[in-house]
Design a protein around this ligand. Structure first.
Ligand code: ATP
Ligand code: ATP
Ligand code: MG
Ligand code: MG
Ligand code: MG
Ligand code: MG
Ligand code: MG
Length: 268
């Protein structure tokens, strides 16, 4: 660092710890909103699922993917998003703190930056997010990680859908609804929704039940040689083999490689 003269203070730099991540592992960064239970109330989110808030989360995640090209897939629901970087990425020399803090910071600032496009109500205070970084050595570990998050989305959504039906349509207090649901299993909640509120859980919007998967695709518009790179949102099952067969490039893509789809129609 040419201009910066060495000073007697410079030894403090040596206290910084090495944070280079193990090579050849999938890198996962997950961010999660701080106290969004409260944040969502203060900003008048619709319960149980405010679609504006989900679209804002997805928008912020797209901003992150637009900047960090080594992210091959992202998955989000509620107030959280997971970003998966290619296992052979050399971004920031695989320095974990850099990768995690930049992603977290860009996500948080994009959430605020895009707020006005999604909400009429003004931001009352700055939202913030925690982040963690996790390494997965095998493809199976990575798939199980994503399956874990999607199952979590499903469990929480079924609970929240039933809870808010009991409160908003059934007239129960929050405490009564909580007590009613204590110890219930999936079948019980489906039954409450169907028999008491005429709601078939299967008919709920896919974005609520499955969360959002963001993928990169290079698509050719029909009747043209023109390709464009897009980030597409999917709201479907990623646990089954089918998803990984259709989108097999996620696990095999190398740096600088492109993968093409013939047309938008070729997408599922
Ligand atoms: P890196 O991403 O590696 O941090 P950088 O461009 O941010 O790269 P820094 O060493 O962090 O490099 O230096 C920050 C630079 O930002 C300064 O060199 C200067 O050019 C600019 N900068 C920061 N604050 C100010 C300011 N208040 N007024 C003018 N320029 C500023
Ligand atoms: P922590 O700081 O520990 O993460 P938290 O209050 O953010 O606490 P979470 O487990 O992260 O708790 O849950 C997020 C909460 O944010 C949900 O339980 C829900 O109340 C609210 N929330 C998030 N997204 C939405 C949405 N799209 N619509 C309505 N409410 C939402
Ligand atoms: Mg600086
Ligand atoms: Mg939490
Ligand atoms: Mg949270
Ligand atoms: Mg959360
Ligand atoms: Mg700087």
């Amino acid at each position: 660092r040419g201009r910066m003269a060495k000073s007697k203070f410079e030894y403090v730099k040596s206290f910084e710890s090495e944070d280079k991540l193990l090579p050849n592992c999938w890198i996962v960064v997950r961010v999660d909103g701080k106290s969004f239970h409260k944040f969502s109330e203060k900003h008048e989110f619709e319960k149980p699922n405010d679609i504006r808030a989900l679209h804002l989360m997805n928008r912020a995640a797209v901003k992150v993917m637009e900047h960090f090209k080594d992210i091959v897939i992202s998955y989000g629901d509620s107030d959280e998003f997971s970003f998966i970087l290619r296992k052979d990425t050399e971004i920031f020399n695989r320095r974990g703190f850099k990768i995690m803090t930049y992603i977290n910071s860009l996500f948080s600032s994009s959430y605020v930056y895009c707020w006005k496009q999604h909400f009429d109500v003004k931001l009352k205070f700055p939202p913030f997010f925690d982040a963690r970084i996790i390494l997965y050595p095998t493809d199976e570990n990575l798939r199980d990680y994503l399956s874990w998050r999607q199952v979590d989305c499903h469990i929480n959504n079924l609970y929240n859908t039933t809870f808010w039906a009991l409160v908003l349509k059934g007239g129960l207090t929050n405490q009564e609804a909580e007590k009613r649901l204590c110890g219930t299993v999936t079948a019980d909640k489906n039954e409450i929704l169907f028999s008491e509120f005429n709601i078939n859980y299967n008919d709920e919007p896919e974005i609520f039940k499955k969360g959002t998967i963001l993928l990169r695709k290079k698509i050719r518009s029909p009747n043209s040689d023109h390709f464009k790179k897009v980030i597409i949102p999917l709201h479907e099952d990623l646990i089954s083999e089918k998803f990984w067969n259709i989108h097999s490039e996620i696990l095999t893509i190398k740096s600088g490689q492109e993968y093409a789809y013939d047309s938008v129609e070729a997408l599922p």
